[in-house]
Design a binder for this molecule. Sequence first.
Ligand code: PXP
Length: 242
Amino acid sequence: MPLLGVNIDHVATLRQQRREEDPDPVKAALICQEAGADSIVAHLREDRRHISDKDVRSIKKALRIRFNMEISLNPEILDIALALKPHQVTLVPERRKELTTEGGLDIIKNRSLLKKACERFYTAGIPVSLFIDPVIEQIDAARRLDVPMIELHTGKYAVQKSAFSRNAQLKILTRVSAHARKLGLIVNAGHGLKYHNTTPVAAIPGMNELNIGHSIVSRAVFVGLAQAVREMSALTARGPHD
Ligand code: PXP
């Protein structure tokens, strides 16, 4: 059974709508920890659209489970991660205009930049994971960078509408995962995983950890909304004349 990493970026997305204190992603991280998450994932983006520098510092301090910090190759962000020393970094591609991470890293094209970044993390004793599409050549290139682990991008699997095409993508993920494990890599996966499509990915032999965010935060709204209304309703029912 794979471990579960919970990505809390979208708690911070909601906070940033008002630039206020709530909802606090650090508090969210602690609730995830209490609920059995094995790690917390947060992406400090160059544009700071959701998670902030202060958030990553507080998350690292508050957690007793692993903090997996997602970062791009942006030099400023690399320095922040190196100084913070999270338990793990996951290198991802980043484009300013994207809504979320689109596609995996092109390890072949970005080899020399990645090599330099990975070496800095090895020296600091921080394990690196590379977020990549399920493509054999990318896995082989990741292996050559001597990283201990990869995260397979499950986005293409997750958006398939028919059982047939979903199955085809699952077969690719399974085959590529087996190839990576044979090379000695630890295999994680994530992106776009929902309550209805996660089980088959969790069943891929040797899958180490699944990183899931948007669907968990979305579900939290619905499983928590009734309680939130009841609490406010109790307050509004108590007027000053009561
Ligand atoms: N893994 C990586 C590398 C990601 O970039 C993301 C999205 O930030 C996730 C997992 C989680 O994806 P989702 O929010 O769709 O579950």
